[in-house]
Design a protein around this ligand. Structure first.
Ligand code: ADP
Ligand code: MG
Length: 387
């Protein structure tokens, strides 16, 4: 049994005084390319990572739900009869919100039995690797099994999104849950955020001797809420002025007209989204035709676009990307919503220690706090674990 399965089982036993009926898990994710394209109905290209959240679960004979996590001291209790978004808050809004959202997708919450869960995880929380989708997806697959629901993975992604939007109150898209539920080892999920069509594309990093290095700057998302909202508003405004329902309907051939029609700032926001959608398509094509060693320039161009056009980078992310490239990465970019968080650097296996050391010492030289560096591999999505 893996360490996490062990600790989740032990945690369940100590909180609830019996063994769990089973273990389910779901991974965090990293977005390889396609940033701020999701809410513009565009393309994203994330993959599930080898960091997971494990849920140990047991059914009850009454209507009570009890949730506990290695991350929190408290055990939260609620009756299924009181399960509404208004009654939820704090960390337990994630697992309880998923139970509620399953009801919105057809589970008959008036008749299902209560349950107990203990949650353990090695997905870093708040580092942009979506510990939130990991917990949502793990709970979603666990409850789908024990409540014997007929919901497929794309539907469960919408369940997780609904829980996050309504129970937690975060206006997030569907990328994270899709990656966590649909991911496969050594593949990324090419997701069309308009049709929700998802296709697994082999990455071939291992065969090419490449690693994806995460550089978590540990800079917190100080302006992230306001920054995110204002970028969304710019995109909506740009689409309206260009006469389309979303920026997805524009492509690089529309850039000249956008330049004439839009003010400078709105134009640059729009240009990021248009070119980023194109870079996702180019990345998928390049992986198929040439392999992963050829995608470096697309990652680099994505970073420049986020730094200069979308203006969501910070000095720590720019330094991480610049030094990673100068010390051997074949491509690097900030990943996630911006204003802090992590960068990724596609790096030849043998150069991972070199790049890591170079980034760490560059941060020290600039007086920045020490970054956290680690490698992630593309892993399988949510699954029942062997007990
Ligand atoms: P990210 O998804 O980037 O890690 P979020 O702010 O979206 O960051 O989600 C983090 C929140 O999700 C945590 O603050 C906590 O409320 C909840 N969460 C994530 N993982 C766990 C866990 N293992 N146990 C309890 N709560 C968790
Ligand atoms: Mg999250």
């Amino acid at each position: 049994m893996s360490d996490l399965n062990h600790t989740a089982t032990a945690g369940f036993e100590s909180r609830f005084g019996q063994s769990p009926a089973g273990l389910w898990s779901a991974p965090g994710r990293v977005n390889l390319i396609g940033e701020h394209t999701d809410y513009n109905d565009g393309f994203v290209f994330p993959f599930a990572i080898d960091r997971r959240t494990v849920v140990a679960l047991g059914l009850r004979t009454d209507r009570l739900i009890r949730v506990a996590s290695s991350f929190a001291e408290d055990t939260v209790e609620l009756s299924l009869d009181d399960l509404t978004p208004e009654n939820l808050g704090g960390w337990s809004a994630y697992p309880l919100g998923v139970a509620w959202a399953l009801g919105q997708f057809g589970a008959d919450l008036a008749v299902v039995p209560g349950f107990e869960v203990f949650i353990d995880s090695d997905v870093p929380i708040g580092a942009g690797l979506s510990s939130s989708a990991a917990i949502e997806s793990a709970v979603a697959v666990a409850l789908t099994d024990v409540w014997e629901l007929e919901l497929d993975r794309p539907m469960l992604a919408r369940v997780g999104q609904l829980a996050e939007n309504r129970a937690v109150g975060a206006p997030t898209g569907i990328m994270d849950q899709s990656a966590s539920l649909l991911g496969r080892a050594d593949a990324a999920v090419f997701l069309d955020c308009r049709s929700l069509d998802a296709e697994l594309i082999p990455l071939g990093f291992d065969a090419a001797g490449l690693e994806l290095l995460i550089i978590d700057t540990r800079v917190s998302h100080a302006h992230s809420t306001g920054g995110y909202a204002s970028r969304r508003a710019s995109c909506e405004n740009g689409a309206r002025l260009m006469g389309v329902s979303s920026l997805r309907d524009l492509d690089v051939n529309d850039l000249a007209r956008a330049g004439e029609l839009l003010d400078d700032e709105t134009f640059r926001r729009v240009r990021h989204v248009i070119t980023e959608n194109q870079r996702v398509l180019d990345t998928v094509r390049t992986l198929r035709e040439e392999g992963p060693t050829a995608i470096g320039a697309l990652l680099d161009a994505s970073h420049v676009s986020m730094r200069d056009d979308f203006e969501i980078s910070v000095p720590e992310l720019d330094l991480a990307v610049e030094v990673a490239r100068a010390s051997g990465a074949i491509g690097a970019r900030m990943t996630g919503g911006g204003f802090g968080g992590a960068a990724i650097a596609l790096t030849p296996h043998a150069l991972v220690p070199v790049v890591s050391a170079a980034v760490t010492s560059a941060f020290a030289a600039r007086g920045f706090g020490a970054p956290d560096l680690f490698v992630v591999r593309a892993a399988d999505g949510a699954a029942r674990e062997q007990a």
